[in-house]
Design a protein around this ligand. Structure first.
Ligand code: HEC
Length: 104
């Protein structure tokens, strides 16, 4: 059942009119960003093992390109793919939060 849901979500186009995650899920995603992504990209996302994920560092990159990196990871580097945990719309939402800057 859950697998079917994931497959359905994975089939959604990455850009397009996918709705934002519900507020409760948004909180979980921000938590994931600070904890899991923060373990490599730094707690304040200023960089660590991974490069900084601050608005200034991501300025040149389109949100859907960032979402793609989040979903697929970067082969041959420690950056893991997150598509098992994140739906495309969630990755895109996270990419937009990163470009905009997290609230302190
Ligand atoms: C195990 C360590 C690790 C974790 C956990 C991790 N990353 Fe990464 N990430 C990396 C590394 C290393 C790179 C640089 C890859 C390269 O050399 O291109 C990277 C690259 C990226 C990039 C591309 C940045 C750029 O300027 O090209 C984005 C965006 C990104 N990560 C987002 C995330 C997000 C969002 C999460 C959490 C969902 C996350 N990462 C979790 C290690 C990690």
């Amino acid at each position: 059942m859950r697998e079917h849901l994931l497959v359905a979500l994975a089939a959604l186009p990455l850009t397009g009119a996918a709705a934002d995650p519900v507020p409760e899920r948004q909180q979980e995603l921000i938590h994931l960003l600070r904890q899991d992504c923060g373990s490599c990209h730094g707690l304040t996302l200023k960089g660590g093992l991974g490069p900084p994920l601050l608005p200034a560092s991501l300025d040149e990159r389109a949100a859907d390109g960032i979402a793609q990196v989040i979903l697929e990871g970067v082969k041959g580097t420690p950056m893991p793919p997150w598509k098992i945990e994140l739906a495309p719309a969630e990755a895109l939402w996270l990419a937009r939060q990163l470009k905009q800057g997290l609230p302190r």
